[in-house]
Design a protein around this ligand. Structure first.
Ligand code: ADP
Ligand code: MG
Length: 147
């Protein structure tokens, strides 16, 4: 059964353009409950750990520099079938291919600076929430808490 939790990052580009409010508004309007929320700054080693799966990709070094270039907003989001529903709402990794009305279509500056992260599986969503939040910071409305 699909899980009820996903994880998102509002990336530095979107934060610096004052898109935190507009993005959270769209998230809420699309039926996601915000179960955890904070602004933080990634250290290099943390960004490298978060994106370790991409370490051999040509865009990896640039992506790390971008992700540590300024504050980010991290959130745990709750909805039925959360991972798939949120991937639909953010749109394609490449904003030029993202569907109209998606968060990336609306707010991305480029493939790298594509406004937001969204978990790609239930397992990764759980791990990502635990990486950024402690139990006291999550206010889940579903019965099966991730902690
Ligand atoms: P997604 O975030 O849609 O799951 P990936 O996991 O493939 O996409 O990539 C992680 C992040 O790396 C993307 O969100 C984007 O910021 C960056 N990225 C991915 N592919 C490229 C690329 N070809 N050029 C530059 N940046 C990229
Ligand atoms: Mg990904």
């Amino acid at each position: 059964m699909a899980g009820k939790i996903t994880f998102t990052i509002i990336k530095p580009g979107a934060v610096s353009h004052e898109y935190i409010g507009p993005i959270l508004k769209i998230i809420n309007e699309n039926g996601f409950h915000i179960a955890g929320l904070k602004m933080v700054g990634l250290r290099r080693r943390q960004a490298e750990k978060f994106y370790a799966i991409h370490k051999d990709k040509p865009f990896y070094n640039s992506l790390i520099e971008f992700m540590i270039s300024g504050p980010i907003v991290v959130a745990a989001l709750e909805k039925e079938n959360a991972v798939e529903e949120y991937r639909k709402l953010i749109g394609s990794t490449n904003p030029e291919k993202a569907a109209e009305g998606t968060i990336r279509k609306l707010f991305a500056e480029s493939m790298e600076r594509n406004a937001v992260h969204g978990s790609d599986s239930d397992e990764n969503a759980q791990n990502e929430v635990k990486f950024f939040f402690s139990e006291i910071e999550i206010f889940s409305i579903s019965e099966n808490s991730i902690f």
